[in-house]
Design a protein around this ligand. Structure first.
Ligand SMILES: *Cc1c(COP(=O)(O)O)cnc(C)c1O
Length: 417
C-alpha cells in the first residue's frame, strides 16, 4: 500500500503572475517605482473577487438581514449565512453555528473577555498569555484583571518565538481558567505547537483560545483537529475587507458564555421586565451585523480555497527561504525570529539605523514595510529593542519584491552609515 494519497498528490504551484492580475492595486506605482507591497501582515490587498462580491451586493442584492420578509432581505440573508458556512468550512468547524461574525480580531478577543467577565471569572482566577501576544490579545485580559481581579500569568518564549512545553505546563494551577495564546506571532512568524498547548490546557480543565489572525492566513487551520475552544481571525489580513472578524467557538464553549453586547437579533424575547437570549451564534451578534464585510470575507476565503491554501503556503515558504538567504548576505542586517517552519513575516534591524528611518528610505524606493513595536510591546522588551522593521509576504509577492527590498536595504545602509 502506498502512503497517504493526499500527501502524494502533487501540489499545483501558484501561477503568481496571473494571480497578481487579480489585484488591481498592484498595478500602481509608489513615487514612480513599481510597488513592492511587503506589509501584508498589517493588512493584505484585495483581489477582484472580493471587490466584486461587495459591489455586486450593493448594486443588486442588498437589504438588512434576518428580519425582512421581502426578496432582497431574503437574498442578503442567504448570502450572509453562506459566508458563515464558508468560514466554517475554511476552519473545518463542526457547524456554522460555531462561527460568530465580529468587527475584527480585536472585537473577538473583547467579546470573549467581556462575556467571561460577565460569567464565571472570579478574583484570583488565572489566565495564561505568552510574551509574544499582540496587544489585542493582551489588553482585553488586562481589562479583566482590572475589573474582576483575574491574574495574568506569562509564558516565556525564546528569541525565535519557541515555547518550552514544560515551562508552559508549570504555569497551570487549579485556578487556571483560560489560555489565550498566539497560533502564529505577528513579529517572529513562529507557529506555536497548538495541539500540544490545547491538550495540556484541557488536562488542567482550562479552556484555550488561539489568536489565529496570522496563522489563518499562512496555512491550513483545522479547529477540530486542534480541539481548541476558541479561534480568532481577522478579515482584512485574509485578503478580505476591514470591519469583519471571526470568533470560532466550540458549541459547548459558546453555550456556556453569557451575552456580551445587548441589542437586536441577540434576543429571544424582550418584555418590560425580562429578556431572554437567542442561541449562539446570534446571541453574540447584537444589532445589524457587518453584512457587506461578511460577504467580502466569504469571497476572500473562497478565493484562497480556489488558489489552494497549501499552494499559497508553499509559495510563501519559498519566498521566506529566499529572503532569509538574501538577508543573511547583508552583514548590517539582523533578523529576529528563525524558528523552523516560520511564516514569511520577517522582523529585522539595520545596524545603526532607526526602524522608522529604514522604512522611510525603503518607501521612497517603492518598498512598503512596517516599522514600530507591531502592537507587541512585551515581546519588544523581551527582545531588548523598542521597535523593529518588518517585511511580510503574501500570495502575490515575488522574487522581484525581494530584489527591491535588498536593493533598498543596501541604499539605506549607504545613506545612514
Ligand atoms: C492584526 C492582528 C490582531 C488584531 O487584529 P485587528 O484586525 O487589528 O483587530 C491580533 N493578533 C494578531 C497576531 C494580529 O496580527
Amino acid at each position: 500500500m502506498s502512503a497517504d494519497p493526499l500527501k502524494k498528490a502533487p501540489l499545483s504551484p501558484l501561477d503568481v503572475a496571473a494571480l497578481r492580475e487579480e489585484f488591481p492595486i498592484l498595478k500602481r506605482e509608489a513615487y514612480g517605482k513599481p510597488l513592492a507591497y511587503l506589509d501584508s501582515a498589517a493588512s493584505a490587498q484585495k483581489p477582484r473577487a472580493v471587490i466584486d462580491a461587495m459591489s455586486h451586493a450593493m448594486e443588486h442584492s442588498y437589504a438588512n438581514v434576518h428580519r425582512g420578509l421581502h426578496l432582497l432581505s431574503n437574498e442578503a440573508t442567504t448570502a450572509f449565512e453562506d459566508a458563515r458556512k464558508t468560514v466554517a468550512r475554511f476552519l473545518n468547524a463542526g457547524s456554522p453555528d460555531e462561527i460568530i461574525f465580529t468587527t475584527g480580531g480585536t472585537d473577538a478577543f473583547n467579546l470573549v473577555s467581556y462575556a467571561m467577565g460577565a460569567g464565571d471569572i472570579k478574583e484570583g482566577d488565572e489566565i495564561i498569555l505568552s510574551l509574544m501576544e499582540h496587544h489585542s490579545n493582551i489588553v482585553p485580559w488586562h481589562l479583566l484583571r482590572e475589573r474582576k481581579g483575574a491574574v495574568l500569568k506569562w509564558l516565556d518564549v525564546s528569541e525565535d518565538g519557541e515555547i518550552d512545553l514544560e515551562v508552559y505546563r508549570a504555569l497551570f494551577s487549579a485556578r487556571t481558567k483560560l489560555v489565550a495564546i498566539s497560533h502564529m506571532s505577528n513579529v517572529l512568524g513562529a507557529l506555536t505547537p497548538a495541539r500540544e498547548l490545547t491538550a495540556i490546557a484541557h488536562d488542567h480543565g482550562a479552556k484555550i483560545l488561539f489568536d489565529g489572525c496570522q496563522a489563518g492566513v499562512h496555512g491550513r487551520v483545522d479547529v477540530r483537529d486542534l480541539d481548541c475552544d476558541f479561534y480568532v481571525m481577522t478579515g482584512h489580513k485574509l485578503y478580505g475587507p476591514t470591519g469583519i472578524g471571526v470568533l470560532y467557538g466550540k458549541k459547548a464553549a459558546l453555550e456556556a458564555l453569557p451575552p456580551f453586547k445587548g441589542g437586536g437579533e441577540m434576543i429571544d424575547m424582550v418584555t418590560t421586565e425580562h429578556v431572554t437570549y437567542n442561541d449562539p451564534p446570534h446571541r453574540f451578534e447584537a444589532g445589524t451585523p457587518p453584512i457587506l464585510e461578511a460577504l467580502g470575507l466569504g469571497a476572500a476565503l473562497r478565493w484562497m480555497e480556489s488558489k489552494g491554501v497549501d499552494a499559497i503556503a508553499a509559495h510563501e515558504t519559498r519566498l521566506k527561504d529566499h529572503v532569509l538567504e538574501e538577508l543573511a548576505k547583508l552583514n548590517f542586517v539582523r533578523v529576529y525570529g528563525r524558528a523552523a517552519g516560520k511564516a514569511p513575516i520577517i522582523a529585522f534591524a539595520v545596524e545603526g539605523a532607526h526602524p522608522h528611518d529604514v522604512s522611510a528610505i525603503l518607501d521612497r524606493t517603492g518598498v512598503a514595510v512596517r516599522a514600530g513595536h507591531h502592537c507587541a510591546q512585551p515581546l519588544m522588551k523581551h527582545l531588548g529593542v523598542t521597535a523593529t522593521s518588518r517585511a511580510s509576504f503574501a500570495a502575490y509577492n515575488t522574487h522581484e519584491d525581494i530584489d527591491a527590498l535588498i536593493a533598498g536595504l543596501l541604499k539605506t545602509h549607504q545613506m545612514l552609515s
